[in-house]
Design a protein. Structure first.
Length: 382
């Protein structure tokens, strides 16, 4: 006779294998759990508010450290720019530590020499510019260009010129632009300390760059490490080549500006050479911007010389674009012109000078990742 226990239908729990969960949550169970949580609005509201406050505090902390992020970014890009020189010395048998010492020593000597030669001249020429400005304005009023402008625009031209002269010759206005004398001193001190921090950080980054790469490779799955290593090496080499190339091209612009201003007898050649180096290091728009600034400065001295300078520098811009840039940037990744414009605009809008400097390397890195990772996956998809 069969027992009643044996006649019971088998349940879902009795058919499961040992060690398996007795019951898996169904969509209905999850919906019930959500409804249960919604029945406690105070708890839900507390956690949502706490999460929002935590996210807001994290965002405020990140934004307050924006100067530190800029220092780190500049130092990292400086290390990537000097790394090709260090590796070239390593190929000739020099140990990496000594190669770094040699590179930084040469960099320091060159920087000190340039500052020693340029700063006194630039300071004296700035003082001379302020002193000679009234005579330059008076000479400009005697030119045919000034007469034509006055004929076209009427009495507004002399009034505007007088206001500009009054503004530039008033030291109080110059101090106001910088936020006052105290603010100018604070800004100079902050710039010097920031430059020292960037140099020290770049030294640490350059010394530990191989270890940083290996640590980064360990963070990705083993199956993708070869591709990650290949992409990282190619990106770092291209960034280093790009930054070094930009410095070389900016130096060429400064030399050409100094020669043209000296040959044409235009004032302040050393000052304009420094301005040329600082502006033309900005990709894409820097050269055009300096061309306009230098032409306007030359216009106050001599309209004919300004025209000759504008035409000569325009010719140099074509030589730089079609001859120098391809030779100097032969190790950098090629980026389409439209993406260069978009990247420079976006980077400059988001991060100012730093964004404009790193826009092209970042754009090139994204294009490289798309070319080596995304497109092969799409081609392999059936």
């Amino acid at each position: 006779m069969k027992s009643r226990r044996s006649e019971r239908p088998a349940t879902a729990a009795s058919t499961t294998t040992p060690g398996a969960p007795a019951h898996l949550p169904t969509p209905e169970d999850r919906g019930t759990r959500v409804l249960t949580n919604l029945n406690r609005p105070f708890v839900v509201g507390f956690f949502l508010t706490f999460g929002g406050l935590a996210a807001f505090a994290l965002g405020a902390a990140i934004s307050s450290l924006v100067t530190i992020w800029i220092y780190i970014a500049f130092a990292l890009f400086a290390a990537l720019g000097l790394d090709p020189l260090v590796r070239r010395l390593e190929k000739h048998g020099t140990k990496r530590a000594w190669a770094i010492v040699i590179v930084y020593f040469v960099f320091a000597v060159v920087l000190v020499g340039i500052l020693w030669l340029i700063i006194p001249t630039v300071v004296s020429q700035i003082a001379q510019f302020v002193t000679d400005l009234p005579s330059m304005v008076g000479a400009f009023r005697k030119t045919d260009l000034y007469a034509w402008l006055q004929t076209q625009f009427g009495p507004q031209v002399p009034q505007l010129l007088a206001e500009v002269q009054k503004f530039l010759t008033d030291p109080g206005n110059i101090a106001t632009i910088g936020g006052g004398v105290l603010q100018i001193g604070i800004s100079i001190g902050t710039s010097i300390s920031g430059f020292i921090i960037i140099i020290v950080l770049s030294l640490y980054f350059l010394a530990t760059l191989p270890e940083m790469k290996r640590a980064f490779y360990r963070m990705v799955p083993a199956r993708t490490r070869p591709l990650t290593s290949e992409l990282t090496e190619e990106i770092t080499e291209s960034v280093g080549g790009y930054l070094g190339g930009m410095v070389v091209l900016a130096f060429f612009n400064a030399v050409v500006t100094f020669i043209l201003y000296s040959v044409l007898g235009l004032p302040f050649p050393a000052l304009l050479a420094v301005v040329a180096f600082c502006l033309t290091i900005i990709p894409l728009v820097g050269t055009v911007l300096f061309w306009g600034v230098a032409s306007v400065v030359a216009l106050f001295a001599s309209p004919l010389s300004a025209l000759i300078f504008a035409a000569s520098y325009l010719v140099y811009m074509q030589i730089e674009a079609y001859v120098l840039t391809p030779r100097v940037m032969n190790k950098a990744i090629a980026v389409p012109g439209s993406l260069v414009v978009i990247g420079a605009l976006v980077g400059g809008t988001l991060m100012g000078l730093l964004g404009a400097l790193v826009a092209i390397p970042v754009t090139a890195s994204i294009l490289l990742i798309i070319k080596k990772v995304f497109i092969p996956k799409q081609d392999a998809a059936v």
